[in-house]
Design a protein around this ligand. Structure first.
Ligand code: CAA
Length: 276
């Protein structure tokens, strides 16, 4: 792979979009490699993914403007589908995905972060959907996911004005869960860079997710995602089915057994997904 790095540490997999010279902009090759990387994740051992961008400056600065500049209408639509298919795979991936947003998350960068379950960012992060300034609409799900995440009014303002927002503003409107700063000592010297602090926080959160019962985590993700697409009467039926599906699993028996035995020291025995 030229543009994607994939590394597994215990039960946490980290995907890094590695096209730093172009601020990790998404061209067709990046999208294809990301798709192949997701297909290759070993779901029997990996329980949570982190998605980030190479370097300190940019998470993803959008879809590749050079590649898009000469597209016909039909090619533009096909490029949108290419991005949407990969982003949808990410969004519906069986295990949680945390976006660790280390800088610019513009256009397709903001959009790919919104396809992840959880977004945390460094304090130099910048979010935005600048597409209308380029003469196009957001094309990798931005018109849909931004409105769902921050409400239609705020999404319309961001998209129509093409105005970028900084990390704290993204936090205020609920686009990110947490903003991480560099660590400094008493002399004001940086001891841990914002990127390293961000990755430490992402890894801590991912490890916390990875130690929970895998079927319960997967079913929670599916219940939230699928339930948001339908009305409440249908949504609670989705929950009931996924809730019921957890019973008789080894984790459910062990998890509840530990509680009833009042054995707080006993860890939940999390078994490989295929054996659950
Ligand atoms: N596509 C292609 N190349 C990009 C890029 C993009 N989206 N963003 C940055 N780059 C490239 C630049 O062309 C430049 O390459 P060269 O060194 O070869 O000239 C390199 O990355 C560094 O960029 P800058 O010199 O511009 O860096 P800067 O610090 O001055 O500015 C920036 C940073 C504000 C992020 C600026 O690069 C920028 O505005 N980028 C474009 C952001 C954007 O409009 N994104 C939306 C794209 S459209 C989209 O995503 C559609 C969709 O919904 C699917």
């Amino acid at each position: 792979m030229d543009y994607i790095l994939y590394e597994v540490n215990g039960a946490v997999g980290t995907i890094t979009i590695n096209r730093e010279k172009a601020l990790n902009a998404l061209n067709s090759q990046v999208l294809e490699e990301l798709n192949a990387t997701l297909d290759a994740v070993d779901l029997n051992t990996v329980r949570c993914l982190i998605l980030t961008g190479a370097g300190e400056k940019s998470f993803v600065a959008g879809a590749d403007i050079g590649e898009m500049s000469t597209l016909t209408k039909a090619e533009g639509e096909a490029f949108g589908k290419k991005g949407n298919d990969v982003f949808r795979k990410l969004e519906t991936f069986p295990i949680p995905v945390i976006a660790a947003v280390n800088g610019f998350a513009l256009g397709g960068g903001c959009e790919i972060s919104m396809s992840c379950d959880i977004r945390i960012c460094s304090d130099n992060a910048v979010f935005g959907q600048p597409e209308v300034g380029l003469g196009i609409t957001p094309g990798f799900g931005g018109t849909q996911r931004l409105a769902r995440l921050v409400g239609a009014g705020m999404a319309k303002q961001m998209i129509y004005t093409a105005r970028n927002i900084k990390a704290q503003e993204a936090y205020r409107i609920g686009l990110v869960n947490q903003v991480i700063s560099a660590e400094v000592n008493e002399a004001g010297e940086v001891t841990v860079s914002a990127k390293d602090a961000l990755m430490a926080a992402a890894n801590k959160m991912a490890a916390g997710i990875a130690m929970q019962a895998p079927i319960a985590v997967r079913n929670s993700k599916k219940a939230i995602n699928d339930g948001l697409q339908v009305d409440m009467d249908q949504a609670i039926v989705i929950e009931e089915k996924l809730f019921g599906d957890c019973f008789e699993t080894e984790d459910q028996k062990a998890g509840m057994g530990n509680f009833l035995e009042k054995d707080k020291e006993k860890k939940l025995k999390v078994v490989p997904f295929k054996n659950c």
